[in-house]
Design a protein around this ligand. Structure first.
Ligand SMILES: Cc1cc2nc3c(=O)[nH]c(=O)nc-3n(C[C@H](O)[C@H](O)[C@H](O)COP(=O)(O)OP(=O)(O)OC[C@H]3O[C@@H](n4cnc5c(N)ncnc54)[C@H](O)[C@@H]3O)c2cc1C
Length: 488
């Protein structure tokens, strides 16, 4: 039986990111993927939000995405664009780049990190015992792993076989999405219907169009017919514009569901397997990638025996609230996109509010993922928040903080007396870097915060301890997050 420490079901954006993180953590990880390659029938996600670009930057791969996409302001709420160009981040923007370009970049990274991908087969089930999981494949083989992670999308077999509930809201609306040619010139742009937004727009080559249409009634299943597309066009525009040569036709809904648990003993869930919702706001791929970056280093430490299994409970504690928040905002945005008189009035009121600076910043920080704070108790505002990408001076020259995280290892950034903080019992796991920094400390939404004398940064870029001139609390934080001290 083939063995891997971790098997990931599904090599979409979440599975690929998680595989890269685990490989950086020196874990023997493999992906099982149904598709023969990364090609997608349609384009799906349209880009990346600021925090996702930051986490890719923390691994030194943001440029691969930036060089292929278009930097734009992408954050928005209830059809109000929200500009983040005044936010204190190097990436004070989003990136327009379709999922079918994002996935090959992630796959190439995973391949550089020597992650095996077993393609054209599916995970069909598993059994778990006290020491591992037997992962069953559609080709009749099985893998033995210490952990199995379901990154197998909204219909996750792993989630279902683990018996994890998926509570939430049934769809209130279904949309057709298509790419096609039209014999007649369509009315381009957005058209608001009673239940929400319809849109027809030219795609790159100028000949073809992308169509998103609300169906007259909620229809299940993601394989609509050409007849249904024509019917929906006529219902909205009064004509089907002679639609033909349809190269992609699918259906999505505003169904919103979230896994009740992200872990069932040795089986974990991430990405769409853990949460599904309407694409409004462009959050799904983004939070899937961020789930992976939260989970990867924790799972690596548990596999290596550095940390107890209870570290994995922090994955659910930190990421479930983020998923729940996304579900809530997509429900709100779906409601606010309706075209009846009362909803129009509500949207206008929201627009007025979001033009004010404080609400604009609050919603922009949320939609771009820059406001995330994991609940690590009270203290300095940096605690639980993302470490800003400061320009610091180190013994080996000027460095950006994010470059110190490229290897996905924890960092103690000591900005006080060089050599002051002794972390010898963790030296095999945590890198101490003595540095100097004289500039401002600014966080999105909060603005300036007091300069700390040191920060302990997790591999995912979140701060778990803030120094105030002493080492008070440092040993506890090191033990909680990076395991017990080694004396020797
Ligand atoms: C129309 C549309 C527009 C969207 N727009 C945006 C957007 O602008 N921004 C955004 O962030 N998100 C957007 N999304 C959501 C985004 O596409 C998903 O959230 C994202 O793809 C989730 O990634 P994932 O890796 O978790 O799951 P998936 O992308 O679903 O990947 C799951 C992978 O697992 C494989 N698989 C499934 N079952 C098995 C099995 N049993 N065994 C082995 N392999 C399996 C699949 O082949 C697939 O490769 C949009 C979605 C839609 C439908």
């Amino acid at each position: 039986m083939t063995k891997h420490a971790v098997v990931i079901a599904g090599g979409g954006p979440t599975g690929l990111m998680l595989a890269g993180e685990l490989a950086l953590g020196k874990v023997d990880v493999a992906i099982v993927e149904r598709r023969a390659n990364q090609e997608l029938a349609g384009s799906r996600a349209g880009g990346l939000h600021s925090r996702t670009i930051e986490v890719l930057d923390q691994r030194g791969i943001a440029d691969r995405f930036l060089s292929q996409g278009k930097v734009v302001q992408v954050a928005g709420f209830a059809m109000n664009p929200l500009d983040i160009s005044d936010f204190p981040t190097r990436h004070n923007y989003g990136l327009a780049l379709s999922q079918n370009r994002i996935e090959p970049i992630l796959a190439a990274w995973a391949s550089e990190l020597a992650v095996p991908i077993y393609r054209e087969r599916e995970v069909t089930g598993f059994t778990q015992d006290g020491t591992g999981v037997d992962v069953l494949l559609s080709d009749g083989r099985s893998f033995r792993a210490q952990y199995l992670v379901g990154c197998d999308g909204g219909r996750s077999v792993v989630r279902k076989k683990a018996g994890i509930d998926f509570p939430g809201w049934d769809p209130s609306v279904s949309y057709l999405i298509a790419e096609a040619e039209m014999a007649e010139e369509p009315a381009s742009g957005v058209r608001l219907g009673d239940k929400g937004v319809n849109a027809v727009g030219k795609i790159e080559d100028g000949k073809r169009v992308r169509i998103v249409l609300i169906e007259p009634h909620v229809v299940p299943g993601d394989e609509p017919t050409l007849g249904e597309l024509r019917e929906a066009l006529v219902a909205v525009y009064g004509t089907d514009y002679g639609v033909h040569n349809v190269t992609f036709l699918s259906r999505f809904t505003d169904m919103a569901r979230q896994a009740a648990a992200y872990r069932e003993r040795r089986v974990l869930l991430a990405g769409d397997a853990a949460h599904v919702h309407s694409p409004v706001g462009g959050q799904g791929l983004n939070i899937g990638v961020q789930d992976a970056v939260n989970l990867g280093w924790k799972l690596a430490q548990v596999v290596h025996g550095t940390s107890p299994e209870s570290l994995l409970d922090t994955y659910q504690a930190e990421r479930h609230p983020i998923g729940a928040r996304v579900l809530k905002t997509t429900l709100a945005q779906t409601a606010a996109a309706r075209g009846d008189e009362r909803t129009n009035a509500l949207r206008e009121t929201l627009s007025e509010l979001l033009k004010m600076d404080e609400p604009r910043k609050r919603y922009a920080a949320m939609m771009s993922g820059l406001d995330i704070r994991y609940d690590l108790g009270t203290g300095h505002p940096l605690l639980g928040r993302r470490m800003p990408d400061l320009d610091v001076d180190t013994e080996s020259g000027p460095r950006r903080v994010f470059t110190l995280l490229h290897e996905a290892r924890p960092v103690l950034l000591n900005l006080g007396e060089p050599g002051a903080l002794d972390i010898a019992p963790w030296a095999d796991r945590v890198r101490r870097i003595d540095a100097r920094y004289a500039g401002a400390w600014e966080l999105p939404l909060l603005g300036a915060v007091a300069a700390p004398t040191a920060v302990l940064i997790r591999p995912d870029g979140h701060v778990v301890w803030v120094g105030d001139g002493t080492d008070h609390g440092l040993r506890d934080a090191l033990t909680t997050w990076f395991g017990t001290p080694h004396h020797g």
